[in-house]
Unconditional design. Structure first.
Length: 156
């Protein structure tokens, strides 16, 4: 059966759940991405794969299966998403404060869209279920259905 397994790459992650729990451990993304060389980026994986994913908590030897609908935010290291923006191409970014339940996350979003669709509202209304909020060395993958409020901040 080992030949039927999909090769994966384990990435450190933090899962903020809708019930208030926070889990630290590892997610597993495909080792080969369908649209570019290398492993799938966490933002691609969470937006494209099925409704459940395995998560290996740091404090346990066995994985749990997590329902994406119960995830407020999945936080990963920024380098796990490296290459998602083409270098030397200027992409508009907006600073945001995003509130989910009793949590607030701040960072920037990259709005790679035609000029007439570069409002934050347009970006939030895109079909992907998770929003990528860049916060320095970390990326917060925020489930849009769980966002209560978004405030656009002045540029830094």
């Amino acid at each position: 059966m080992a030949e039927l397994r999909v090769p994966t790459v384990a990435l450190a992650a933090e899962v903020f759940c809708a019930d208030g729990r926070v889990m630290r451990g590892r997610i597993f993304v495909p080792a080969c991405a369908p649209r570019h060389a290398g492993a799938s980026r966490p933002a691609e994986w969470i937006n494209e794969s099925g409704p459940f994913f395995p998560f290996l908590p740091d404090d346990s030897g066995s994985a749990v299966i997590v329902n994406k609908l119960e995830v407020l935010v999945l936080t990963v290291a920024a380098e796990a998403d490296s290459g998602d923006v083409v270098e030397d191409v200027e992409v508009p970014e907006r600073r945001l404060s995003v509130e989910c339940a009793d949590r607030r996350f701040e960072g920037t979003v990259m709005i790679d869209a035609p000029e007439n669709q570069r409002r934050v509202l347009d970006h939030l209304n895109r079909p992907e279920p998770f929003l990528v909020l860049r916060a320095g060395a970390r990326h917060h993958l925020v489930q849009k259905a769980r966002i209560a409020r978004v405030v656009e901040k002045a540029p830094a």
